[in-house]
Design a protein around this ligand. Structure first.
Ligand SMILES: Cc1cc2nc3c(=O)[nH]c(=O)nc-3n(C[C@H](O)[C@H](O)[C@H](O)COP(=O)(O)OP(=O)(O)OC[C@H]3O[C@@H](n4cnc5c(N)ncnc54)[C@H](O)[C@@H]3O)c2cc1C
Ligand code: FES
Length: 421
């Protein structure tokens, strides 16, 4: 017993994680208490001990995160709601999976028939980090936008839904991303998920339910109606089982068969007005992921309500998060009239002006293709060689950047530029 405790303590010291230390102490305390109990009580305590040990094991495994792509096998597909499916992925090499921080995502490289290039896309991990044998992502099939009904449907999401069969293999990068629950902090949180943007906050919710400490969590889930409501029974049970977790479901446009009080709690959008009515106080950390209009409204109104910026954490499934950062951060170069930009591969010379967005957005707006994944500086997919000139970053890169390259999704010109795109 004492050898076990010392080994685990050594890992904790090496990782230098306060969180691990707390878990270790808790595991030790519960192990000591176990010795004094009767058999029945011991069973209950053993179960609780596992709850403490599970995240401990995951944090220790963090060091085993892999570089580049790893092969995963699709083990199962579960339809969760209209056009939304969960995909269960097991590592082909059978080795245990490293932990991830609740809220992080996986990056997939897909060879889609008919496409000349591989397609890179990111999908949030939607289950708790407590599983070392599989990961789960939950994906919405994207139809053409209503304004362009003749456009092709979403490439990757249609591939996952319609083509990918159980037993097939996928290339997957290790979990990453900076939008994640602060697991060292134990203070109360408000988790907000809109539409399929619920996936990263589901992972946070699952984590809080299994982590020690009974952390207070309010989960506001916004969808249009019952057709879009993911994991309805699971969430209802979850709410009933955990005193520290409160689930509030909002339908913005309920269907005639949707039952108020049973399927949903409020027939309105998730808003700060609703937080005021339900929570009364704003003393929480807010984690928000949803469609851009919801994010814009919530992040703005939370600020007006007096929630400090550093307590508002958000992610959009696309460039919206980057746009918000770029509005907030004015790089020194932004006051200048513009910079000449030479896209060498496409043989295009253009002028980038303030307000033209990141290099990636600017390139796309001018018909120049640059591969992208997260569009938030985390996955490295948009890395492009800089032949001449310098860039300014709109946020700190989460992916390593080689000398002489830049992440185009989060950079703007600092000088005239010549880039390899
Ligand atoms: C960090 C992160 C996490 C994410 N997590 C999730 C998640 O958990 N679940 C999830 O479902 N998604 C998630 N996403 C979004 C996901 O990565 C993809 O962006 C999404 O699945 C769409 O990709 P796609 O290839 O299917 O669509 P794309 O092929 O990229 O198409 C996007 C849209 O454009 C339309 N379109 C295509 N061609 C045209 C055209 N010529 N004119 C007009 N419109 C056109 C398509 O019909 C579609 O509606 C996440 C994104 C990020 C960045
Ligand atoms: S697209 Fe992921 S880092 Fe730029």
């Amino acid at each position: 017993m004492s050898i076990l405790i010392h080994s685990v303590a050594l890992v904790a010291t090496l990782l230098g994680a306060t969180y691990l230390g707390v878990l270790l102490f808790e595991a030790y305390r519960r192990q000591r208490q176990l010795a004094d109990l009767h058999e029945e009580e011991k069973a209950v305590f053993r179960a609780r001990l596992e709850v403490v040990r599970a995240p401990l094991a995951q944090v220790s495994a963090q060091a085993q995160a892999w570089a580049g792509y790893r092969k995963f096998r699709l083990e199962g597909k579960v339809l969760e709601a209209d056009s939304v499916c969960s995909f269960y992925l097991a590592p082909h090499d059978g080795r245990p999976l490293p932990a991830f921080l609740p809220g992080q995502y996986l990056t997939f490289r897909l060879a889609i028939p008919g496409q000349t290039r591989e397609v890179t896309r990111c999908y949030s991990l939607s289950d708790s980090p407590g599983h070392t044998d599989y990961y789960r992502v939950t994906i919405k099939r994207l139809p053409p936008p209503p304004s362009v009904p003749t456009a092709p449907p979403g490439l990757s999401s249609s591939h996952f839904h319609d083509k990918l069969q159980v037993g097939e293999f996928l290339d997957v990068k290790a979990p990453s991303g900076q939008f994640h629950l602060d697991v060292e902090h134990r203070g109360p949180v408000v988790l907000v998920g809109g539409g399929v943007g619920v996936t990263p906050v589901l992972s946070m919710l699952n984590y809080i339910a299994t982590a020690p400490g009974n952390r207070e969590a309010w989960f506001f889930y916004g969808v249009r109606n019952g057709r879009e409501h993911l994991m309805r029974d699971f969430l209802r049970e979850f709410d009933a089982q955990h005193e520290n977790i409160h689930i509030i479901v909002c339908y913005s446009d309920p269907l005639p068969g949707d039952r108020a009080g049973e399927d949903y709690d409020y027939a309105e959008r998730v808003s700060v007005e609703l937080f005021k009515r339900v929570l009364k106080v704003n003393n929480f950390d807010f984690y928000v992921c949803g469609p851009p209009p919801m994010m814009e409204a919530l992040t703005r109104d939370l600020g007006v309500w007096g929630v400090p910026d550093d307590r508002i954490h958000f992610e959009a499934f696309g460039p919206a998060s980057v746009k918000k950062i770029s509005q907030a951060t004015r790089p020194a170069a932004a006051n200048t009239p513009g910079f000449e930009l030479n896209f060498t591969r496409s043989a295009k010379k253009l002028v980038w002006a303030q307000g033209a967005g990141s290099l990636l957005e600017f390139a796309e707006a001018n018909g120049i293709h640059i591969d992208s994944g997260c569009r938030a500086g985390n996955c490295g997919t948009c890395t492009t060689a800089v032949r001449e000139g310098e860039v300014n970053y709109l946020s700190t890169p989460g992916a390593p950047v080689d000398k002489g390259s830049c992440l185009t999704c989060i950079s703007v010109p600092k000088t005239a530029l010549s880039i390899d795109a």
